[in-house]
Design a protein around this ligand. Sequence first.
Ligand code: CMC
Length: 428
Amino acid sequence: MSETAKLKVNGKEYEFPLLKGTENELAIDIKSLRAATEGVITLDSGYKNTGSCESAVTFLDGEKGILRYRGYSIEELASKSNFLESSYLLIFGELPTAVELKKFHDDILAESLVDEDIKKILDGFPKSAHPMGVVSALTSSLIAFNPESVNIESSEDMYDAIVKLLAKFPVLAAWTLRKKQGLPLDYGDVNLGYVENMYKMMFSKPNCEFKANPVVLNALDKLLILHADHEQNCSTSTVRIVGSSHAGLFASISAGISALWGPLHGGANQAVIEMLEDIKNDGGDYNKYIAKAKDKNDPFRLMGFGHRVYKNFDPRAKIIQVAAEEVLADLGINDPVLEIAKGLEKVALSDEYFKSRNLYPNVDFYSGIIYRALGIPVEMFTVMFALGRLPGWIAQWKEMRMKHEPIGRPRQLYTGEVLRGFEPIEKR
Ligand code: CMC
């Protein structure tokens, strides 16, 4: 007999099915709650206890610090896979064969030009525009150039839309950077791998031959894999909820980019490096900043620390810390903020405030140090996150549409005025 959960409301008992996931996680299925209880709903602001869907894409155990894409551990993928292969895995559910991966890459290359008119839209933005706003707008503009909506019943249509987005998004991101830096736009090179081409479109110089450092490419590839999915986080939930109204793929992803921008989410990578710089310029006394973070009268938070789901080390942060040291050593860069970051981490991990709240470094704590070493401007850090998260957003959107999930539409507990009469303006 399957297990149930019992709930007593106003003296009456109700039973709800208890669902078990493949990793033995339990969920109370409250689909029938409101109808059975004639109007009672659950309230869970920030969705701290609410599952929004059943998903087979990514498994995360925040207590144990586990992250797996489609059953493969993040540690194994980061050391043995590459970003394109991991993207295929996330989107289609299985690791590709060599033939499947080549076709996937060829199909992406075939779509890796954007309409020249996109340049006019790009030109409309001032150089001072934040790249996340520009990239979100340009992604949305792809709809205008590809107006036909995706027929989700056709696997070919779905595949074409996915390939188009994976092909064109790096162009939009790279051009956003080049416009900001006043460099001529680069169209990439179909002879390069996916990540190398992304790197070329961002960093090639018009007056010298493009050559990528393999250590840099390897670090970039790893960072992209580590960011590729993270189950129902803020931006992914945004993509799913926008897509649930049957808005198209590009519109849904554009909304996800906006959600990622915030400093409590992907924008934290920019905020971390700015915080580390502030500490450096302030004499390097990180204890002062630890005290600020603990002071409830001070809104300051230690950026790159804490996570809604991880109550243990973020496994991605561990991998990134090692990669950051490797990249800096290989490039011969001595970045003082790395030392500040390590010192800050050491103090925080032994401090009662952080220990009692299970606040550990998250993915964003060290990623900025690598991005900076790679020559990526601070304002582009969150765009780098978006480039990595793209396959995860696509996989989650695809899963949601293929399962014909209903439109996302939460309820509320109304706490406003009850019915009152309208006062004519002269009587107010
Ligand atoms: N510095 C100081 N105190 C913190 C921090 C921090 N970074 N994070 C959480 N706390 C405290 C918070 O004040 C609260 O204390 P108390 O119980 O005394 O009120 C307690 O820890 C729980 O925090 P919360 O805000 O209820 O936790 P949450 O799950 O709602 O928020 C978070 C998670 C990531 C938004 C938050 O930890 C935070 O703001 N961190 C800094 C921003 C950051 O690094 N974000 C990147 C997240 S990882 C990548 C991604 O998802 O994009």
